[in-house]
Write a protein that binds this ligand. Sequence first.
Ligand SMILES: [Zn+2]
Length: 465
Amino acid sequence: MVIASALLSPNSASTAVPHPHSGRDSRYWDAALETQSRESWERLKLASLKSHLQHAYLGSPYYRAAWYAAGVHPSQLKTLDDLRRFPFIDKKVVRDRQLAMPPFGDICAVPERDIVYISASSGSTGVPTASPFTQQDFDDWIDYEARQFWSSGLRPEDRYAHSLNFSLFVGGPCVLGAQKLGALSIHAGTLPSDRLLAIIQQFKATAIWTTPSYAWYLGETAIKQGIDPARDLSIRRIFVAGEPGGSIPETRNRIEALWGASVYDYYGLSDIFGSCAGMCEERNGLHWAEDHIHVEVIDPDSGEPVAEGERGELVLTTLKKSARPMIRFRTGDIVSFTSEPCACGRTSQRMLGVHGRLDDMLIIKGVNVFPSDVEAIARKDHALTGEYRLIVRRVDHLDQLTVQIERTAAEASADADAELAGRFSHQLKSIVGISASVEILPPDTLPRATHKAKRVDDQRQGVWG
Ligand SMILES: [Zn+2]
């Protein structure tokens, strides 16, 4: 696979100076970019943002009209903070503009002949929205994927099984990043679990990318077939995305123990790129692709920035994606971030995980509850399988939360179950701040999620219409 690396490396045309990543011991894909000072990052971002806003203004009828209405113009951007004068955009606007001017909408800033790729996401309303890319956008994305894989320790010697959906899903082409890096790239997609396990065994795959739920499910499926993933399979790195689990330490620890592998959380968004942030080998937060996106974390109610370490809604602005610039896109994801230096030497800011989505957040008895907080508790206690379900009802105008969890023991006394429930309930109260009735179920009672897990049953809508 080293030969493939040499052929595919970005600077392969140049024979004089080897690219940093061409050496096996090199830590960085692009050392100058990844380790530059924060001041240098800010200068780079400001320069990119100025020309990107100009491109959006000239190319997109939507931005011209929206900014005129808001009384702003790209020439007014002198600092990165000035971006806060520009209006937000969200998924609903993207969908509405696409419906108004099909097929891609007037947020697009290039002629259709320049678009070479689209991904489509259906979203909760069922109307698919397309994310268009020019060839340059696509090439930039794949180069970033290669850099991200490299930062997570993937190397040309690896055999990588890409197990994300290929059908119109922006996660699909991310496999080309591993291929560009020089790893053997197995385009597995969403194969049935039995076949995927057989492929992993046959080709001795060393790395895989799935959702956290599926990584868990696949490991449990292997065990049911008499295969111990940690002992019998050669997977040593698991990339995960699509659910908060990859940044919940308790979930990561359980998947790592199951597979004898390291789990790296990635974050992506089809409206931007396949992935926009990922864990380095330190696995302490996800480094942003700050040459491609400018990040804001805001209070979802006031729109004002929150302090480092505090939770807020993630707002992303593209810096280069020319087909459809996204300026101040409200993602609906609740995150926190840090600018503290990372031990890996990379200087980009890190997201400390996605805590949940605004629309996943439950308000129960006035308390904000993210399913990911409950998940962390369920996965810490090794007397529990880690599966869980939240059921919310409204009885006599009062919210009632029931948490169903599974014990690992096939049989247990009523006393043992009561003790387990009491322990969980106490943790829930002290960490999340909410009281719940806790039901202990035998193992394998709750439905196993395959891809994106649905673990909340909020029955209150029926009560209030
Ligand atoms: Zn790092």
